[in-house]
Design a protein around this ligand. Sequence first.
Ligand code: PMP
Length: 366
Amino acid sequence: RPVGDGVRLDDLPLREDLRGRTPYGAPQLDVPVRLNTNENPYPPPPELVADVAAAAGEVARNLHRYPDRDAVALREDLAAYLAGSTGVPLTAANVWAANGSNEILQQLLQAFGGPGRVALGFEPSYSMHPIIAAGTRTEWMPAPRREDFSLDAVEAAKVVAERRPDVLFVTSPNNPTGQSIPPEDLREIVAAAPGVVVVDEAYAEFSTWPSAVGLLDEFGDRLVVSRTMSKAFAFAGGRLGYLAAAPALVDALQLVRLPYHLSVLTQAAARAALRHADATLASVARLVAERGRVVDALSGMGFQVVPSDANFVLFGRFQDAATVWRSYLEHGVLVRDVGIAGHLRVTIGTPEENDAFLTASEEISR
Ligand code: PMP
């Protein structure tokens, strides 16, 4: 038995506000078809793998030294990618990077949230937003979406003007529901916000709507656009998230980031992956086409499908989503119960994975 296993969680002098909480985490089960965490189903191409291995070998010769604390070369590469895809002339000074966009969001709340401060988000949305708020002791204030999960911009702007959150989260496309927010609607909400507005664009590459990066020139005093390489870039295991904002905002995060938070291996691997962006991002069109096929097939079986701009779809309605989740598992398909009554979320996979999911759905719909 492990040393110290007589000690129970309740015996520890844990912060009162963390007592009784459960950790975030989708089940990591060994199932043939895993469509539960919105990863890119296509593994990196062999050229990318070789380039990452070579880059890791190169920097390994300097592992006795700390990495570039400011990750300048990586930020230059990320800025070039974002500038290229949005048409906004961003430079490294506009970009900050961390171990996944979760760490980006945490640093933002460390700097702009915290005790005595409030973060607001429109639910249902990404469940880590309130969890990171809790970890940084930022009060979480949920606000509603419409019945159909879309965001009413007029209502949202009103709520923001009334509640005056220090940090506002807008997720676009929204996880787990899938819709994007049009830039005109976003402008209305950002204009009403007195604090920092974090637009979480983890799934932006899958959406046809323009990025909020286009609003940075107008709202540089408050707007932050968060991105990740975990989804479209097929780099979830590499752990690389980033943001675009005014340089002053990037400066603010230097006050809370841990020194050398991005290892030399992470920086080198991410840069190598970015050199193959064209190849990895080619999967986006394939996944969007498959999303259309999955949505049509589910609708044809009588399911209600929430319109999606992302690499997943929310569908229902079920008497008991938890029971249906288990039925999928029995068919060898892992989907996600995101806690929305009557609904489940499925990530778009390879055509073969989607076929397995649809075959299971067919049987479940009977
Ligand atoms: N934001 C949203 C909306 C997400 O869905 C996710 C991943 N599930 C993240 C951020 C965090 O992803 P990562 O830390 O891998 O960048």
